[in-house]
Design a protein around this ligand. Structure first.
Ligand SMILES: Cc1ncc(COP(=O)(O)O)c(C=O)c1O
Length: 418
């Protein structure tokens, strides 16, 4: 985000009553930025690729509707997310349903709604097979495969180690061959390695292992038996300075290293972070400035409630911060003082930054937090029961703002816990 654009949006929010004492924090969604990412994706990987966007990264209904109206599908990680996808107008065949804990009822509903199902384990497969005897799935069913490529650099979001709770190990070849031999509605293999902690080359290594498995299945069950693949999400986003190159680099490597992908009937993707991260940004007024010895702290209105991962795992996750003054002009004095930016929750480690070099901060300044469009407010924590701030959407910086989600009121919080 250019600093002038941030300034224009903050002014527009303030003029419309969305930033001030009653609204001390605001989250913005830049639709144009998101659609640039989506177009890049479609251009880099056209047919046979079918792109879905991970709802868990950003479940705001207005955002999902915009994704769907641009012709993209949605990846759901729970039946609740399937319901969100349907509410956003996504047809069943555009919804990919992942979850390691689907109940029999969840599976029945997914089949009834014609959703694409990724089966996580053998017991789930058996339940689905029972349902399929009465009502065969109309959309292709996939088996989720663990590519066993190790934990990557962020163990908490990796799902590809040998002790992962997800999927069939890629080495379970005879079992998987039998499932394909016996069930014609089983069409594809799904792989998701993890989120953010893998380089493109590692992700591609995982896809290669799944393509080798496909060859082994085809060898046993007939050429082309595995007609569909789903290569999941997980592309790493550069939180220091995003330029969007990662999508193009990824597509280039797929073309170079995995030509077979392009001959398949259909290849699904399930990206979340690289589609949404840079489209979102947040702003909070500085409520208090404190000094203890030489330690300066600015207290703001967003902490671990909105930024669970950065607050609890600051070595794995962080966001760029900027300081704007009370008139929404970026402060330009040198970043020469160590500042801590503290959140509003009642525990000791609730910080967005610790002793980081920043410009001098004053009460009523605005701290801008960049690249918050994925896995921040979508993971909102109820610790201390603070309400979620308003989420505003815009097409053009400084232009009209749409309320995508209202600020939660005191009554909403009472209702939530009732
Ligand atoms: C199965 C699955 N697919 C897709 C994604 C999206 O990953 P990312 O947002 O890193 O692209 C996730 C994220 O956890 C996931 O679990």
């Amino acid at each position: 985000m250019k600093r002038d654009d941030v300034s224009r949006c903050l002014k527009a929010a303030s003029e419309n009553g969305f930033l001030g004492h009653e609204f001390p924090a605001v989250i913005f969604h830049d639709f144009r930025n998101m659609h640039e990412r989506l177009s890049l994706l479609r251009k880099a990987l056209p047919d046979p690729f079918r792109h879905t966007v991970a709802i868990k990264a950003n479940p705001v209904l207005g955002v999902l509707k915009s994704v769907v109206s641009a012709g993209f599908g949605l990846e759901a990680a729970s039946l609740e997310e399937v319901a969100l996808a349907r509410a956003a107008g996504c047809p069943g065949k555009g919804i990919v349903y992942n979850s390691p804990a689907k109940t029999s009822q969840d599976l029945r509903m997914a089949v009834e709604w014609g959703v694409v199902i990724n089966v996580d384990n053998l017991q789930e497969f058996e339940r689905l097979a029972e349902i399929a005897e009465k009502q065969a799935p109309v959309e292709p069913v996939f088996l989720r495969v663990n590519p066993l490529v190790g934990k990557g650099s962020i163990s908490t979001t990796s799902v590809a180690s040998s002790d992962s709770k997800f999927g069939f190990p890629v080495t379970d070849v005879p079992l998987i061959q039998n499932l394909f031999r016996d069930h014609s509605w089983l069409k594809g293999l799904h792989v998701h390695t993890g989120s953010q902690g893998y380089k493109i080359v590692d992700l591609v290594g995982g896809y290669r292992r799944v393509l080798d498995l496909k060859l082994a299945i085809d060898g046993a069950c007939g050429q082309g038996r595995v007609s569909h693949l789903n290569i999941g999400g997980g592309l790493p986003f550069n939180y220091r300075n995003e330029d969007g190159a990662v999508i193009a680099d990824w597509a280039k490597m797929l073309r170079l290293e995995l030509k077979e992908l392009f001959g398949l009937e259909c290849v699904y993707t399930e990206l979340g972070r690289v589609v949404h991260a840079s489209a979102g940004w947040a702003a909070s007024r500085v409520e208090y400035v404190k000094q203890t010895g030489d330690h300066k702290t600015a207290v703001v209105h967003l902490g671990a409630d909105c930024f669970l991962r950065p607050v609890y795992r600051p070595n794995d996750w962080s966001h760029r911060l900027d300081v704007f003054d009370a008139d929404f002009v970026q402060k330009k004095s040198p970043e020469s003082e160590p500042w801590s930016i503290a959140g509003p929750l009642c525990f000791g480690e609730d910080y967005l930054a610790r002793r980081s070099p920043m410009t001098t901060i004053a009460e009523n300044d605005v701290i801008v937090i960049h690249d918050v469009g994925a896995y921040t407010f979508s993971m909102w924590s109820r610790h201390c029961s603070r309400g979620m701030p308003v989420i505003l959407g815009y097409e053009e910086a400084g232009g009209p703002l749409t309320v995508l989600k209202k600020k939660e009121t005191l009554e909403d919080i009472v209702q939530f816990w009732s």
